[in-house]
Design a protein around this ligand. Structure first.
Ligand code: AG3
Length: 295
C-alpha cells in the first residue's frame, strides 16, 4: 500500500510526497501536528495539513530568514523569534556568538516537544543557555514590549488558524515599538504566485508600508512551498538591506551555509515584474482585506 501526504496549494494544485511512515500524530489545543518520514524529503513537519518544513529544503527558508538581516544589522544582541517551534531559525541564529539573548515565543508547546523528539538536529537549539522560551501568543506578547529588540523574526504559519494574528496591522505596529531605534523585522511573507497567496502578499505590504520607513521584499526558491517561489519581508527603521550589507564582515564570521551568500543576498531583492506590479499597481484588480484586526 502506498501512503502519500498531500497539501492543496491552490484550488487546482496539490503537492504530494510519498510517505514511508507516520512518526508522530497529535491533536494539540491549537492544531493537528504530524511528523512523517518520507523518502525524498526526509522527515517533514505538518501543522493542520499544511507543510511547515522538510529536512531536505528547510535550510533555504531558515538561512534566508536569519542571515539576510544578520548580514545587515551591525550589532544584533537581543532577538525575538515568533513561531518557529521547530528550532530551524533558532539553530541558525545561534551560529552568531554576538547574539546574547533570544526570546522564542511559540503558541503551541506540543510543537516544540514533538520536534525535540523527532527533529533533534533542529530542536536541540532550544537547550542553548541564550534561548528563553515563552509559550504564548506572539500577538499578545509583543503588545507590552517597548524598545527592546535589535531583530524580530516572524516564522509563522500561513495567515489563517493560530498564526492569523501575526498578519495584522496591530501586530506590525507593536513589532515596530518592540524594536530598538535601529531594529529590523523579517517575516515569512507567503508566495506571490497563486491568487489567494498573492492577495496576502499585497495585504501585508499595505499594512506595513505606513509603519516602517524601509519596507522591501526578498525572495527564495523553496521547492515544497506553494509554487516554490517564496517571499520574505524586510522591515527596518534605519538599515537598508543592500546599502548597509556588510559583505566582508559577514564573510569573516565564517558562518556555514548551503544557500545563503552575500551575492545571493543582493540578487534576492531583485523582484520579478509581476511581483512589483502586485505591490505597486494600485489598479490591479484584487479583493483586499482592509483590516480585520480583532483578536
Ligand atoms: N513557516 C511556514 C511557512 C508557510 C508554509 N505554507 C504552506 N506550506 N502552505 C515555516 C515554519 C518553519 N520554521
Amino acid at each position: 500500500m502506498e501512503l502519500w501526504f498531500s497539501e492543496r496549494q491552490s484550488t487546482g494544485v496539490r503537492l504530494q510526497i510519498k510517505v514511508d511512515r507516520s512518526l508522530y500524530t497529535a491533536q494539540s489545543k491549537y492544531q493537528r501536528i504530524d511528523i512523517l518520514q518520507t523518502q525524498e524529503f526526509g522527515k517533514i513537519l505538518v501543522l493542520d495539513g499544511t507543510l511547515m518544513l522538510t529536512e531536505k529544503d528547510e535550510f533555504i527558508y531558515h538561512e534566508m530568514m536569519v542571515h539576510v538581516p544578520m548580514a545587515v544589522h551591525p550589532h544584533v544582541r537581543k532577538v525575538l523569534l515568533i513561531g518557529a517551534g521547530d528550532g530551524g531559525a533558532l539553530s541558525r541564529l545561534l551560529l552568531y556568538p554576538e547574539i546574547e539573548h533570544i526570546d522564542v515565543v511559540e503558541i503551541d508547546k506540543e510543537v516544540i516537544e514533538a520536534c525535540r523528539t523527532y527533529l533533534p538536529n533542529l530542536a536541540q537549539s532550544f537547550d542553548d543557555s541564550r534561548v528563553h522560551v515563552e509559550i504564548a501568543d506572539g500577538l499578545r506578547f509583543v503588545r507590552q514590549k517597548l524598545d527592546l529588540y535589535d531583530l524580530i523574526l516572524v516564522d509563522s504559519t500561513d495567515p489563517f488558524g493560530p498564526g492569523e494574528g501575526l498578519f495584522t496591522r496591530e501586530f506590525y505596529g507593536n513589532c515596530y515599538n518592540a524594536l530598538k531605534e535601529d531594529g529590523i523585522l523579517v517575516n515569512q511573507h507567503e508566495s506571490p504566485f497563486y491568487p489567494q497567496d498573492a492577495k496576502e502578499v499585497r495585504n501585508i505590504y499595505k499594512k506595513t508600508r505606513p509603519i516602517f520607513p524601509i519596507n522591501l521584499l526578498y525572495q527564495a526558491h523553496i521547492p515544497t512551498y506553494p509554487s516554490g517561489h517564496w517571499l520574505f519581508g524586510f522591515f527596518s527603521k534605519r538599515y537598508h538591506p543592500l546599502e548597509d550589507l556588510d559583505e566582508a564582515g559577514w564573510k569573516e564570521k565564517n558562518i556555514p551555509t548551503r544557500y545563503y551568500n552575500p551575492s545571493l543576498h543582493r540578487g534576492a531583492f531583485a523582484l520579478p515584474t509581476y511581483v512589483l506590479d502586485l505591490l505597486h499597481n494600485e489598479e490591479l484588480e484584487m479583493e483586499i482585506d482592509d483590516d480585520e484586526d480583532e483578536d
